[in-house]
Design a protein around this ligand. Structure first.
Ligand code: SF4
Length: 370
């Protein structure tokens, strides 16, 4: 999918990053005095959610660049911080929460990088280990063709020993990063799913083979790598297919290079259901056995997700008993069933992940010192 229209917030028109992106895109820009009008035009489009993926708006992040991950108090949260570089995505996954999260959803990229790096400097001076990712409100590497931000961030993270950057993606856009002296402070991470799910639910993403080849090349270049099985979907024959993905993963990448693997069963806010029905009429993912979770999201009936997550975790353990595996947004009962342990028995999830980052990324700060 490519950008059809470029919009530039008049206030950032002269910033160096704006000029670089405009020149790389090589397309005429419409200058925006009033973003509200742009949002209103998008909301009036026939498919605002799909349209927003093709309209790029270069603007200023008026809030904080670093945010706490919006976990909920009901489920175990990992203490991750989000670096808010932009929002939304050019790829198109049926289950993508961002379709219902932004009103209206619009591809926005923040160009006030001076402020971004000032905030990061302050963060590097804080006590304890920081795990920071750019892939929560967007895909980390969709911006590569037009920007050098990932590269600049990786070089900045390489000059300190307290924080690790995770770039999470469903692309294979790593060519601009492989030659960096990254000092293991950048983790390249892939969201994985079965061939069937990628084919039916993840439009415009890199194939499973391309993601794994990119991960293998990153590991060869000395990068720590990570994987996220999220969302895990439950369907007939799914367990066997997820096990095959695990085997392909460990055939492609040496276990010693893997910092962590997360597992998260499919869950969705009620608002997303109508969007999926309308935009992905052939998708059946919303018709499983769901119950409302404590955070208001629909989740698979607990015994079903415990079984699916356990099967996947066991396949990982068979290939690598020591790799850090964790669950995203689950309670102790699910942890116990899927992984035979609760986070508290390991000192807490944040500590587990801090320790994995210390081991694989050479961080110096004392683990758990947040
Ligand atoms: S790749 Fe990620 S951010 Fe992009 S559409 Fe898919 S789920 Fe959403």
């Amino acid at each position: 999918m490519s950008i059809a229209s470029l919009y530039v917030d008049r206030q950032v028109a002269d910033l160096p990053e704006t000029r670089r992106i405009c020149s790389r895109l090589g397309m005429p820009a419409a200058y925006v005095e009033n973003a509200e009008q742009l949002y209103a035009d998008l909301a009036a489009a026939e498919d605002p959610v799909g349209s927003g993926k093709k309209r790029l708006f270069l603007t200023r992040n008026k809030g904080a660049f670093l945010k706490e991950c919006p976990g909920t108090r009901h489920y175990t949260c990992c203490g991750y911080r989000i670096l808010h570089i932009g929002s939304y995505c050019i790829m198109d996954c049926s289950y993508c929460i961002l379709q219902a999260y932004f009103h209206p959803p619009l591809l926005q990229y923040y160009v006030n990088h001076e402020e971004l790096f000032r905030e990061l400097e302050r963060c590097f001076g804080a006590r304890g280990i920081q795990r920071i990712g750019t892939g929560e409100f967007t895909d980390s590497l969709i911006w590569e063709p037009w920007t050098e931000l990932s590269r600049t961030l990786a070089m900045r993270f390489a000059r300190q020993d307290r924080a690790v950057l995770e770039l999470k993606t469903k692309t294979a856009n790593i060519d601009g990063l492989l030659d960096l002296a990254h000092r293991q402070k950048t983790i390249l991470a892939w969201s994985l799913n079965t061939e069937r799910v990628i084919h039916s639910e993840e439009r415009g993403t890199a194939s499973l083979g391309a993601r794994l080849r990119a991960a293998a090349r990153s590991a060869e270049a000395g990068f720590p790598v990570a994987f996220h099985f999220d969302p895990v979907l439950i369907y007939e024959g799914g367990e066997a297919e997820y096990r095959q993905v695990v085997d392909r993963l460990f055939d492609a990448v040496a276990a010693e290079r893997i910092v962590w693997i997360s597992l998260g069963a499919f869950r969705f806010m009620p608002d997303l259901k109508a969007v999926i029905r309308k935009r992905f009429p052939g998708s059946t993912i919303i018709y499983g056995e769901f119950i409302a979770g404590l955070d208001g999201k629909a989740r698979y009936f607990k015994p079903l997700r415990m079984q699916a997550l356990r099967s996947l975790a066991q396949a990982i353990r068979r290939r690598s008993p020591t790799t850090c595996v964790y669950l995203c947004m689950e309670d102790d009962e699910v942890w116990r069933h899927a992984l035979d342990v609760t986070p508290a028995e390991r000192g807490g999830l944040a500590r587990m992940l801090d320790e994995a980052a210390v081991k694989h990324c050479g961080l110096q700060a004392e683990a758990g010192g947040r």
